[in-house]
Design a protein around this ligand. Structure first.
Ligand SMILES: NC(=O)c1ccc[n+]([C@@H]2O[C@H](COP(=O)([O-])OP(=O)(O)OC[C@H]3O[C@@H](n4cnc5c(N)ncnc54)[C@H](O)[C@@H]3O)[C@@H](O)[C@H]2O)c1
Length: 293
């Protein structure tokens, strides 16, 4: 295990800004890398709002919030900081070609031994690592949304990931106050995305078979299993296109049991992608979401 001091988070979107925040709050020196100043300002604004919520709820003092915010160094060029950092956590969009070009660049711009972690939800770590000149330094570190609240970090070993990278990441997870679940074989969807997708797809099939309505399936899963959202509500929150693409890549790996149900395919084709387009499984135009059965 090696001692980490300086961490760069690449991508400050939904996941990256929260990951940068928790690393800074745990005392690491954090650089947040985005494509341009507009994206950086947006990410820093989200961190500020999140810290303000912690202060408001009494979980953090204003002084700690201010110093956490100040300690995050915003940058638009990774090349400027690459050889200074001990670890990079990549949180750019879930597109294999983008991840591969990022890991090729990361392995070029960092010193040997710098841990190169990806926050991918389901892509093969070994495949991403194949673009890097040092696949032994590449590892999956899958935070959950929102990273500032969710306690689980799924840690995924690629075929060539070193013991040192694994141990260092497990040390990081502990210092962040979170708990790790290690996926020791690099398989599409890891533990959580594979299991959760299977459950959600079965809920969609029950709806198609007329077993129950959208809102009753959501209620059953929320109240029966203590899920914060039902599968349809969650689809609307994350985007039906995200669910559809995720199912398609699990289908490639595991076969027809992960085939996207027709009702999902049709809504995606119709541009009903959930909250971001106003309609998905629910209509979000009114005060309360109304199911579109
Ligand atoms: N959103 C979730 O609920 C969730 C949960 C767990 C894991 N993930 C995974 O986390 C990763 C990021 O997802 P997200 O939802 O935060 O995406 P997002 O689209 O919200 O953010 C991605 C950010 O990356 C930036 N970016 C793109 N290319 C870049 C580059 N070369 N250098 C620096 N920044 C770059 C974009 O400007 C954008 O701000 C994905 O792999 C996703 O599968 C997402």
């Amino acid at each position: 295990m090696s001692e980490l001091k300086k961490i760069a988070v690449l991508g400050g979107g939904t996941m990256g800004n929260g990951i940068a925040q928790i690393c800074a709050a745990a005392g690491y020196e954090v650089s947040l890398v985005e494509v341009d100043q507009v994206a950086l300002d947006r990410a820093l604004g989200r961190i500020k709002d999140s810290l303000a919520r912690f202060v408001k709820s009494g979980k953090m003092t204003q002084e700690v919030a201010d110093s956490t915010h100040r300690s995050i160094r915003p940058v638009t060029s990774f090349a400027d900081i690459g050889n200074e950092v001990d670890m990079v956590i990549e949180a750019v969009p879930e597109v294999l070609d983008i991840k591969k070009s990022v890991f090729e660049m990361l392995s070029r711009e960092t010193q040997p031994g710098t841990i190169l972690a990806t926050n991918t939800s389901q892509l093969s770590i070994t495949n991403i690592a194949s673009a890097a000149s040092r696949p032994e330094d590449v590892i999956g570190v899958h935070f959950f949304n929102p990273p500032v609240l969710m306690r689980l970090v799924e840690v995924i070993r690629g075929v060539k990931t070193s013991d040192r990278a694994l141990e260092t990441v497990l040390g990081l997870v502990t210092r962040l106050g979170k708990e790790a679940a290690v996926c020791k074989r690099d398989t599409v969807g890891f533990i959580t995305t594979r299991a959760a997708t299977a459950l959600r797809l079965e809920c969609l099939r029950m709806y198609e078979e007329g077993v129950a309505s959208i809102e009753d399936i959501d209620r059953a899963m929320r109240l029966g299993f203590n899920h914060p959202m039902g599968p349809f509500e969650l689809n609307d929150y994350n985007g039906l296109d995200v669910a559809y693409n995720g199912a398609k890549s699990l289908r490639e790996a595991y076969g027809e049991r992960f085939a996207p149900p027709q009702s999902l395919t049709a809504r995606v084709a119709a541009g009903m992608l959930g909250r971001k387009t106003g309609q998905g499984w629910y209509d979000h135009s009114g005060e309360k979401p109304v199911p579109i059965n």
